[in-house]
Design a protein around this ligand. Sequence first.
Ligand code: KG4
Ligand code: ZN
Length: 338
Amino acid sequence: MDDSIFLGIESSCDDTAAAIVTGDRRILSSVVAGQTEMHADFGGVVPEIAARAHAERLDICAEQALAESGLTLCDLTAVAVTAGPGLIGGVMAGVMMAKGIAAGAGLPLVGVNHLAGHALTPRLTDGIDFPYLMLLVSGGHCQFLRVDGPQEFSRLGGTIDDAPGEAFDKLAKLLALPQPGGPSVEAEAALGRADRFELPRPLLDRPGCDMSFSGLKTAALRLRDQLIAEQGGLRQSDRQDLCAAFQTAVAEVLAEKSRRALALSPAPFLAVAGGVAANKTIRAALEQVAWDAGACFLAPPLRLCTDNAAMIAWAGIERFQTGARDGMDLAARPRWPL
Ligand code: KG4
Ligand code: ZN
């Protein structure tokens, strides 16, 4: 039984987060301070605004996570922090905060790859063993990973352009729906007909697990402009039908590529992580694929699918168990493939 207790810190995109997690898989606290409203007017995350907000809130989040866990710094085993990949200003703010806490409290420091945090989440939530297949689908990422150990990841394929979440966000912008686009497109799609508009299924005709989503968005833009030219504007039902067609296309591409990934690299589990895993149509499609391949489908609770620090604390625990430690020279890395 592992009785370690880790503070995790995450600040690689637009969520400032801190969490306390134990080696026996208990999340004692998980604090996430989002920044959606700060970036809302800009149509995307503004790195400078994000970094400043992280610098202002990291200490508050860490303090709150400790307070909610009922522990003090003296109870901790180590500090784990996202050291990349991500927006460099935010990652630097998190790494500096973690170094300060580790040095001040005399604790070991463990740098964590943000993607490893997502990829190892099913082990925190469900305690599954290696190996398993992970589909990471968020606003910034889209890749299939085969996970064979805490630091053994093989990439089977991924998007060659936009991530699906980004495509949902861009479609929402095209249709003047609120951001983040995923939930608003899903809500519209629930009221629409998926078979009225024909959208492409990019890269399905090519072998392998690579995906593409930017063509889908361009096709949706063309349809929107055609409707506006013909009718002088968009009707509610046009929006709903476009969203339904788009969501179905994304779900079908993700499902078919997951089917191929499982055939290429059979595993007892297909797990998903990332904000797009919240989408019920996509979840259902992936669940069916896992079922057909004789695998179990795992989708962690949403708050652990999206960016959070509990997954970083947990990935830190897994790295720590392999003997990994970092020093005060731990660098923040904007790019860091797994
Ligand atoms: O994992 P996440 O919180 O942040 C990163 O991108 O790292 O994912 C956010 C993305 C956004 O693009 C958002 O539109 C998308 O996940 N998303 C969804 C849904 N909920 C969030 N996409 C489709 N359907 C949803 N229900
Ligand atoms: Zn993420």
